[in-house]
Design a protein around this ligand. Sequence first.
Ligand SMILES: Nc1nc2c(ncn2[C@@H]2O[C@H](COP(=O)(O)OP(=O)(O)OP(=O)(O)O)[C@@H](O)[C@H]2O)c(=O)[nH]1
Length: 399
Amino acid sequence: MGLFDRIKKALTGEDTSTKEEQETVNPAQTEVESTDSNATVEPAGEAEVDSDKTAVSHETVVPVDKEPVEQQEATVDTATKESAELKEEDTEQLYEQGLQKTSQSFGARLNAFFAKFRSVDENFFEELEEVLIESDVGYETAMQLSDSLRTEVKLRNAKSKNELQTAIVQKMVELYEAGGAGKNEELQVTETGSTTVYLFVGVNGAGKTTTVGKLAAKLHGAGKSVLLVAADTFRAGAVAQLVEWGKRVDVPVVRGKEQADPAAVVFDGVQRAKDENFDYVLIDTAGRLQNKVNLMNELEKIERTIKKVLPDQPTEVLLVVDGSTGQNALIQAKEFNETTKLTGLVLTKIDGSSKGGVVLAIRNEMQLPVKLVGLGEKVTDLAEFDAEKFAIGLFRGLM
Ligand SMILES: Nc1nc2c(ncn2[C@@H]2O[C@H](COP(=O)(O)OP(=O)(O)OP(=O)(O)O)[C@@H](O)[C@H]2O)c(=O)[nH]1
């Protein structure tokens, strides 16, 4: 069953797939349980701090400049540890709650538009374009949608309100699917079996540190060993914030002094991860966009540094954007994409925002997959992006 049919079935209960499709089991549905079955469970970090550099200490903070050794408490209060294991039903609920505002405004706009529907004429398409732009799908995408709907309407000779509503949703889903064609939709893991490095970039306040913390909890909960690198040495407090997340989710953090060279911190972190065979390194960077050249140089230097230690890394360069800023998120994504080669996006703060429609614009205009979504401030409020759940949340009440 195609994505559109699955969404339609979920929203209307109507099964529009062919009989053959109904008889074929969707492999994607059978995969769910096998995820991470190979995971080796590492004991949670109660390790003692050991002055011997080779000993793995889950709470050791490695000072980059080798100056006075700053170390966190060696033992972790188990009561403060948080795990990020989410059940399938929880994720569904999160999506639904998270997208409530978006679907209310998105659906309400389109519903209001259809409430005064009379006939399919030039006015109809012009108004539809306006409604779509207001719904944060972006100008370019709104135009494309309206053009393809014109063709579809002619082709099907569609006249009724119902036919048109369904056709719009279908076109949005098609556009969405085309935007990701040939792209890896999920977070990738290194093929060599060595450490996988994810580099997080994005403007200040987008939610990088929070996302790194949440993802660390998820991976750690799945039995993976994770090392965090606080390369945002620019903003006072940013390092402390990541160290706090490290404590909270029980993973070690490599940090430098304030204003230290971020690339030096990255070097130490990646080297340690390699030496100690960590499964993942998550690097939090500074997000200054005021000076594009500086930012580009810094990110390039960080990437070069990673490659010095692990030539096939980073596996992912993820841009974190604040989804509640709507079109601003799209503009930021475009600017970052000019300076660094992104592999995907993390869209945060979808909860409580009415601007989730921007996913469609980002995907269509940048051909970049949204890999993760932030659906709240809690450690568990991070989910892999699921187009079906997202679309169901977005189009609820429209079909
Ligand atoms: N509601 C909600 N809030 C979020 C989400 N992700 C992050 N936040 C909040 O957004 C604020 C900024 O998040 P940070 O993680 O500090 O952002 P950052 O990009 O690391 O910012 P800098 O450290 O300044 O570069 C914090 O108050 C987070 O709790 C989300 O998905 N939903």
